[in-house]
Design a protein around this ligand. Structure first.
Ligand code: FAD
Length: 316
């Protein structure tokens, strides 16, 4: 298994796809079938989000591991597991990492996680692992170079940071502690990313910084995401969405056009290694976007075969 960092540095523009663990078994089965179909387009990796223990039950921790492992072991996709430290002891973290290693996973997106009122006070901010930088340090200490480690970056600044400049210093800390590359929070204007990139480079950050892209797929999902991440959304987007809020199809079309324009501007730059797409577990808009920006590359193995896998596992 090739570590993702090596492939990022190969210079070819790529895309990666983020998913969350479905809440039901049938949702899990559907998602794995989707991985099979998306594998045809040759993503660099897929990644699976993580929900801190205490925030939403606990089963989803196992679900994240299972889904990431299924993508790797059943669908042959390089797979990155998100992991948060905010509500976990070092023992918990080591247990999860050992499990991930046992299942062949080699890439972790190391995060602090969101501070939430429902988090268990007894383990919140465990002394050792208060910030993502502590988690990165811990993974390197316990597992050496076994895992490739990604960290999160915030082109608009993290909502809790004392200042944008301080947030960039904290990002550098994560990379200095052993992070390999950065995946950014979503943003809506190319200039937001390019300014962030310049500021990171001026602060001495040399790691690849992969822009996170959200094709807007619905009125409610955008509102929910924005509320959660406290992101500033340009007025022109808010106005357009508001005017078509009852027309899902129109919103999806608008989302694809916006994301396509944004990605084209980003990919025109040599400093942008590829794009990371927040899929919201959907497929259609994502594939349309990737085709429009020229990143959907059907693997030659599929092209040469008289059949390809379909959603229900049959050959088509
Ligand atoms: P950190 O890097 O630890 O930073 C958190 C805040 O603390 C920042 O404001 C930073 O400036 C500040 N800070 C850092 N170090 C210090 C220090 N030493 N002293 C003082 N202040 C400091 N959440 C999930 O629950 N599950 C997921 O799967 C998930 N995936 C994500 C993927 C991406 C690409 C992104 C961008 C976010 C994701 N999140 C996820 C959300 C993330 O957990 C939250 O944004 C969280 O609030 C911060 O996580 P972090 O790892 O960036 O934190």
């Amino acid at each position: 298994i090739q570590k993702i960092r090596k492939r990022i540095n190969s210079g070819d523009k790529f895309y990666s796809l983020e998913f969350f663990p479905p809440r039901t078994d049938s949702g899990g089965v559907n998602l794995i079938a989707r991985f099979d179909r998306l594998a045809i387009g040759n993503p660099l990796f897929i990644d699976v989000t993580w929900h801190p223990k205490g925030n939403s039950g606990g089963d989803e921790v196992t679900a994240s591991l299972t889904i990431a492992s299924a993508a790797l072991n059943f669908c042959g996709l390089d797979s990155m597991l998100h992991m948060t430290c905010i509500n976990s002891t070092t023992e918990d973290i080591d247990k999860y990492l050992r499990k991930a290693k046992k299942q062949g996973l080699r890439n972790i997106l190391a995060l602090r996680g969101d501070v939430s009122d429902s988090i268990d006070e007894s383990v919140r901010h465990t002394k050792e692992l208060k910030y993502a930088s502590d988690l990165v340090k811990h993974i390197r200490k316990e597992f050496g170079n076994y895992f490739g480690i990604a960290v999160a970056g915030y082109p608009d600044g993290h909502p809790e940071c004392s200042s944008y400049e301080d947030d960039i210093r904290r990002l550098k800390e994560k990379l200095d502690n052993g992070g390999d590359f950065v995946v950014t929070q979503l943003f809506f204007d190319a200039e937001t990313y390019f300014k962030f990139l310049r500021d990171c480079r001026n602060a001495g950050i040399t790691a690849p910084i992969i822009p996170g892209i959200l094709p807007i797929q619905g009125y409610n999902s955008l509102r929910h995401l924005v509320q959660l991440s406290k992101l500033p959304v340009p007025q022109r987007i808010l106005d357009t969405i508001e005017s078509i809020k009852d027309n899902d199809e129109a919103i999806r079309k608008f989302g694809i056009v916006e994301a396509t324009n944004l990605c084209k501007k980003l990919l025109a730059s040599d400093d942008v290694p590829g794009i990371h797409v927040y899929t919201l577990n959907r497929e259609e808009a994502v594939v349309k976007l990737l085709k429009r920006v020229g990143l959907w590359h059907e693997e030659s193995i599929y092209k040469s075969l008289p059949w390809r896998p379909s959603a229900n596992g049959k050959r088509i």
